[in-house]
Design a binder for this molecule. Sequence first.
Ligand code: CAA
Length: 295
Amino acid sequence: MTEIRKVGVVGAGLMGSGIAQVSAAAGYDTVVREVEQGFLDRGMARIEKNLDRAVAKEKLGPGERDAIAGRLHPTVDLADLAGCDLVIEAITENLEAKHELFGAVGGVCEDDAVFASNTSSLSITELAAGTDRPDRFVGLHFFNPVPVMPLVEVVRCGQTSKETFDVAFAFAKSVGKSPIACGDNTGFVVNRLLVPYMLDAIRAYESGIASIPDIDKGLRLGCGYPMGPFTLGDFVGLDTLYHITEIMYNEYKEARFASPPLLRRMFLAGYHGRKTGKGFYDYSGPEPVVSDFVK
Ligand code: CAA
């Protein structure tokens, strides 16, 4: 079985930086690649902040933090992925961009390197088919925030070899996660169930049954969820949620995956949640309040 020593993470956004952090923390030399120095710096600063916070809480010693930081190799040069045994892609949810990236990485890495995508909704089968190694391609879907959430969905498509799946599953365990095995259906397990639930919450609000804070409160206090559906939507990003609904509806053609009109309008208006400061809630004050778009 392929031994993973060096890991490449492509994309240093919220997900990529989190994946790089847990990989380096687990002892892997980890190359982090971004297209632009500014994006790379932002991703590395996020990791540094997380590690510093862990040191301040005495969950990590300063020596361990420095060792983790020493295993992270930020770069804007794709050629630095040479020698990686596993490359995990966490770039924008765009099929062409991912195909282009894997084409280029295929020219840099050894033939036996395993390629993985952190996509939450695109088809692993389609991504694998566009590479030079469909049998060595797998989905590794982490959850936000990556350093905290214990789940990884390990997604096997028809072309994935057993060895590749086993390598990916073992890797997820080795970075301290609890993986589950999934077949390649859009949304895998979690988003297939979570997205219709979040969309139903928006429809419930649209039909006037309760306010946004009360629906959130109901699900938090009535079901023990850490966040209500609107808080979670803002946390995931309403642009991301909207794009996922488009992909899922396109695959299943079922009304429960279709975007409610309100979500589409908030996406078009740039109310993307925490990342833009406003979504269902406005985050500009000391406590979130219902945003002007839905007042
Ligand atoms: N990055 C790193 N660590 C973070 C963090 C972040 N963004 N946010 C919180 N943490 C850490 C904190 O440092 C803290 O660590 P310690 O326990 O070591 O002190 C711990 O998480 C708990 O944080 P808080 O006490 O500040 O806050 P909390 O108890 O409210 O937890 C939360 C925050 C973990 C985000 C929690 O609210 C939660 O689990 N929310 C639901 C998240 C969720 O459902 N994620 C999945 C989204 S769907 C997805 O990702 C799939 C997709 O494809 C769209």
